[in-house]
Design a protein around this ligand. Structure first.
Ligand code: B12
Length: 258
């Protein structure tokens, strides 16, 4: 019989241990925060993993009463979703549980959005079109990338998931962005839709003067370069790094001498 899903923190601790490759970043990243705050961060992380979306707003309200750094919340989301992925891969949880974890992230994101946006308020708002390519419905990563790019001062138009190449073209013509960010999670969508979207967008690059950055775990720096992207980011921080380098006329390939 299937084990009840993470009924207590002890269960989570037991389940977590076999997956030693999960970096528990928060243990070092949150050094210096008060014990109470760390407990609240941990509670948030565990609540995402358990998919208890009805509890999230209350935890966020408690966190927002203090002077919190939204980037730490992003770390919590990333850590929790990695664990969720491991548990899913180990068949400890079902796809419905993963959906609930994703729902938790949606609520958290709407809470921290104003804080992240506030960091970019005084900058010129150039536009970035972002979206997950056709056939792919993974939205959490791009949403985090969106938050970071907004924090870096860009106006991000997120076209959402399962976005056709034609929809990207339409958005480029309408919004005249400086960057188009494409995300792909599945091996299939990286190999087919991502490539096709870049091929479709490429002829427009010179006329509309935008650059293409790509990301998602099925995409490597080498693959990104091979299929004609201008930049690549392994995570949201690297997405910002990529647009910053490209704006300075440099390429992310320089980072690894590739
Ligand atoms: C959540 C999730 C889902 C949710 C998505 C909900 C949502 N709203 O997003 C649901 C339940 C819908 C789902 C469905 C499926 N999923 Co799924 N899912 C996951 C899971 C558990 C977590 C993904 C996630 O959100 N990670 C957290 C975020 C923060 O990380 P991230 O996306 O990598 O984003 C970061 C970087 O990649 C980068 N980045 C991302 N985009 C971009 C873009 C740019 C421009 C840049 C610069 C950077 C960048 O920055 C981000 C932030 O730091 C993974 C397992 C895992 N190992 O993580 C499987 C996983 C991705 N899913 C998988 C599969 C197979 C599926 C399904 C086919 C399952 C099924 N049998 O139906 C379907 C596919 C549906 C489809 N057509 O897309 C496989 C993919 C295998 C593969 N490589 O092809 C995985 C790896 C699970 C597994 N081990 O089998 N899934």
């Amino acid at each position: 019989m299937r084990k009840p899903f993470l009924s207590s923190l002890e269960d989570y601790e037991t389940l977590k241990r076999p997956h030693k490759d999960i970096p528990l970043n928060y243990e070092t990243k949150f050094y210096g925060d008060s014990f109470e705050l760390i407990k609240l961060y941990e509670h948030l992380r565990d609540t995402i993993i358990k998919g208890e979306s009805h509890l999230i707003q209350d935890i966020m309200s408690q966190l927002l009463e203090g002077d919190i750094n939204p980037l730490k919340i992003i770390d919590i989301i990333t850590d929790a979703m990695k664990t969720t992925g491991q548990l899913f891969s180990a068949r400890e949880i079902f796809i419905a549980d993963v959906w609930m974890a994703a729902r938790c992230v949606e609520i958290i994101k709407s809470n921290i959005e104003p804080l992240i946006k506030a960091q970019g308020l005084d900058k010129d708002k150039e536009k970035i079109i972002l979206g997950t390519v056709a056939g792919d419905v993974h939205s959490i990563g791009p949403k985090i990338v969106e938050l970071f790019l907004e924090g870096a001062g860009y106006e991000v138009i997120n076209l959402g998931v399962d976005t056709s190449a034609e929809r990207f073209v339409q958005a480029v013509k309408e919004h005249k962005p400086v960057f188009v960010g494409l995300s792909a999670w599945l091996d299939t969508t990286a190999n087919i839709s991502l490539k096709q979207t870049i091929q479709t967008l490429s002829p427009l690059r010179e006329h509309y003067q935008f650059k293409i950055i790509v990301g998602g775990p099925s995409v490597t720096r080498k693959f990104a370069k091979k299929i004609g992207a201008d930049g690549y980011g392994n995570n949201a921080e690297e997405a910002v790094q990529a647009v910053t380098l490209l704006k300075a006329g440099r390429y992310t390939w320089e980072l690894n001498n590739e």
